[in-house]
Design a protein around this ligand. Structure first.
Ligand code: SAM
Length: 285
């Protein structure tokens, strides 16, 4: 007799508005044998709201490894399990990756139940291009690491999406302005699907002003979206800038060359430094 394994469902839950849950998600959560939740106390009110009495077990970053054998054994015994996180789609800046990897290897059937995700919710109403985008999760909390991370996107033509904590949102906006330039287009999507849902769309500099002018503007949950570097800027302008930078660097100190190149091209110093670094490395190869 062949043993039938259970199914592991990855179920998206609302990111604010409780109505943003699918009928399929509700059916699955009602009928599975067990729900693995990031924080059982956090999820209980939502489940109670929908009359779901399925037993809960915690699955968070700190116990995920340890939970794998037990959950796998349940599935191998034919039990169905659903994974939910505190909000949105599990595994998207949320736990579950280790477990899902292990279940894939063990040949368990995985069934995603799609629904809310803050990154996609923000992107679709951002007004920025949606045909190519990169999602980078939470930015590093330390300023230097955050600036370094942001700088890695200086060459990307895709729209960039990240999550940021309200405590660092103003510093994040300042870093974006310094790295991508004051006039670079950004969107700060705040409290999505909730009562105070707000979209700030404008330049990086205007975002800094908007965030600083009222402490309330810094409160809540944020998705930060940064416009990709326009193709013309990376392909054509970059070639011309490299040429200018190269001529100036031959005649002036590194600092002077950068300062003058910024005046000529309007490209921020950080980006020019990166290019200069690239040129030096190239000539040494
Ligand atoms: N798994 C979730 C998803 O699918 O979007 C993300 C979880 S992550 C731990 C939480 C972060 O997502 C928040 O700090 C914030 O950056 C973003 N986020 C979640 N809900 C949001 C909302 N309603 N409005 C804006 N951002 C939100």
């Amino acid at each position: 007799m062949t043993q039938t394994f259970g199914i592991f469902y990855i179920v998206s839950t609302p990111i604010g508005n409780r109505d943003d849950i699918t009928l399929r998600a509700l059916t699955v959560l009602k009928t599975v044998d067990l729900i693995a939740a990031e924080d059982t106390r956090h999820s209980r009110p939502l489940l109670q709201h929908y009359g779901i009495t399925t037993p809960l077990i915690s699955l968070h970053h700190f116990n995920e490894h340890a939970r794998v054998p037990m959950l796998l054994a349940h599935l191998q015994a034919g039990k169905n399990i659903a994974l939910i996180s505190d909000a949105g789609t599990p595994l998207i800046s949320d736990p579950g990756y280790i477990l899902v990897g292990a279940l894939c290897e063990a040949g368990i059937t995985l069934c995603p139940i799609p629904g809310a995700c803050a990154a996609i919710t923000a992107l679709c109403a951002s007004g920025l291009p949606t045909d190519h985008f990169v999602f980078t999760g939470f930015l590093p909390s330390q300023p230097t690491a955050r600036q370094k991370k942001l700088s890695t996107f200086l060459k990307t033509t895709s729209t960039m999406i990240c999550y940021e904590s309200p405590h660092r949102i103003l510093d994040c906006a300042k870093d974006i302005s310094a790295i991508f330039g004051q006039n670079h287009a950004v969107v700060f999507a705040k409290e999505l699907t909730k009562h105070f849902e707000t979209f700030f769309r404008g330049t990086a500099q205007a975002a800094c002003i908007w965030l600083a002018e009222n402490p309330d503007h810094q409160k809540g949950e944020f998705v930060v979206i940064i416009q990709g570097i326009p193709k013309t800027k990376t392909a054509v302008d970059t070639e011309e800038t490299q040429r200018i930078l190269s001529i100036l660097s031959d005649e002036l100190s590194s600092k002077q060359a950068i300062a003058l190149a910024e005046k000529i091209t309007g490209i921020p110093k950080n980006k020019l430094k990166e290019m200069q670094f690239g040129q030096k490395n190239y000539t040494h190869v």
